[in-house]
Write a protein that binds this ligand. Structure first.
Ligand code: MN
Length: 440
């Protein structure tokens, strides 16, 4: 098991999934542009020389299922099942006394967020945003810990805008503090193991510690360390820790920001985070996630795929499942046993996960991770006249000003059960693993 992001980078490198850039790059748009090229090559990318900062920048460490599989130590097609199995055994975190992230400590007036290589991701973004921070806070009533990933807009030397509206747990917790007239203490860990980010991106019931889920995914307790200025604990493996308070009764314009659906969310009145301390390693690796990228989608998808898999497994033999690349469309592969099974599978999937808008069910011989293959199955096996199910008024993604996410469509793209011989895919023996260079 890799403890922190540094070990993860070594693992990626050993599997030829890490590119290193030594040329100077600008965190304003240039890093974001280069990241997009790395995404197409299915590699993480480490920027060693970032304009205006001594920190390195890393991105796209889970840009594909193949990369997620490296950290869950399983095959790419088994990632969701492995996630589901591991998630059933939460392991509480343990407290350790110190962390390399305490090497450099800045407090009070020496705090300066501008030392961080915060990235401006898109043309119309309001400015640089922190997008890969694990935000840790405690419920003022119960003391229960909450961990989430929230975007934060740079606003000044010690000031960040933070998007954390209820029903998101962090927003609910802040609301409780606000009603008591006090600020919410928070700490943000940057430079995280992808399994910790996956845990933080999971919708658990309020009061359940996402770090215990991180322990489940890691199969060992996550090590936490206390903060310097707030009563919060953060992963000891973090590269950078930002500590401070989210103010009560204060909202300021935040945004626009190019969000996960690839659209700009408009300027909104959002919370304000005043930074009291920044601590970091001597040579920190600053992590960033591009909203709407394949990395972002994988972080959002895996826990939701696990929810669907759990629900669907009771009625069908599921071979593979994918919510990538949009998390609102799902492809499920099954070993079909009865006619009509696909419809039941789609129904159960839509009931288990509200945001699901499209569900395509395919046979086991279709690659659910390859949209070309899924289209092939739809074109050659589905019959729109009888294989479609439309749900008119069904709740979906809630932020929906144009009312386009509140209905659902299921497509049965499986072959007729008693006609399998006619639908057998053609094969060429020897084609798999063939190297063209051997013939040139
Ligand atoms: Mn939570």
């Amino acid at each position: 098991m890799q403890k922190g992001i540094r070990d993860c980078l070594k693992r990626l490198e050993a599997h030829d999934r890490l590119l290193t850039v030594t040329k100077e790059v600008d965190p304003k748009l240039e890093i974001s542009a280069v990241m997009r090229a790395a995404e197409k090559q299915d590699t993480a990318i480490l920027f060693k020389n970032v304009k205006g900062s001594t920190f390195q920048v890393v991105n796209n460490i889970v840009g594909s299922r193949r990369m997620a599989a490296l950290f869950l130590e399983t095959a790419p097609e088994a990632v969701t099942r492995e996630w589901l199995t591991r998630s059933k055994n939460p392991i509480d975190p343990v407290l350790v006394s110190t962390s390399p992230a305490k090497s450099i400590v800045q407090t009070a007036s020496s705090v300066d967020l501008r030392r961080l290589p915060m990235v401006t991701h898109c043309d119309k973004d309001a400015g640089p945003f922190i997008t890969a921070g694990l935000v840790v806070a405690k419920d003022p009533d119960t003391g229960a810990r909450n961990v989430s990933v929230n975007r934060m807009q740079y606003k000044g030397q010690n000031r960040l805008g933070i998007r954390m509206m209820p029903p998101q747990h962090l927003g609910i917790i802040h609301q409780k503090c606000e009603q008591q007239g006090k600020a919410l203490e928070v700490a943000v860990a940057i430079g995280s193991h992808p399994l910790d980010i996956l845990a933080a991106a999971t919708s658990l019931p309020l009061g359940q510690d996402e770090f215990a889920l991180a322990g489940a995914l890691r199969k060992e307790p996550l090590e936490l360390v206390a903060c310097e200025t707030v009563d919060v604990e953060v992963p000891a493996t973090a590269e950078i820790i930002i500590e401070g308070e989210v103010l009560p009764g204060v909202r300021e314009p935040e945004g626009p920001f190019g969000d996960f659906m690839q659209y700009y969310v408009p300027v909104m009145d959002n919370h304000v985070f005043v930074v009291k301390a920044i601590t970091h390693r001597p040579d920190p690796v600053y992590q960033t996630i591009q909203a709407g990228s394949l990395e972002d989608t994988h972080y959002l998808a895996l826990s939701r795929e696990a929810v669907i898999l759990q629900a669907v497994s009771t009625i069908a033999e599921v071979t593979a499942i994918s919510l990538v690349p949009t998390i609102m469309g799902c492809v499920i592969g099954i070993n079909k046993r009865t006619e009509g099974e696909a419809g039941k599978v789609a129904e159960a999937a839509m009931d288990s996960y509200t945001w699901l808008k499209y569900c395509v069910v395919v046979d086991h011989d279709v690659d659910v991770f390859d949209m070309n293959d899924v289209w092939w199955a739809m074109a050659t096996r589905s019959c729109p006249g009888k294989g479609l199910r439309i749900k008119g008024d069904a709740p979906g993604f809630p932020r929906d000003p144009f009312n386009i996410h509140q209905s659902k469509l299921a497509i049965d793209a499986t072959a007729p059960l008693d006609q399998w011989a006619a639908f057998e895919r053609k094969k060429v023996s020897g084609a798999e693993g063939l190297r063209l260079s051997d013939y040139l």
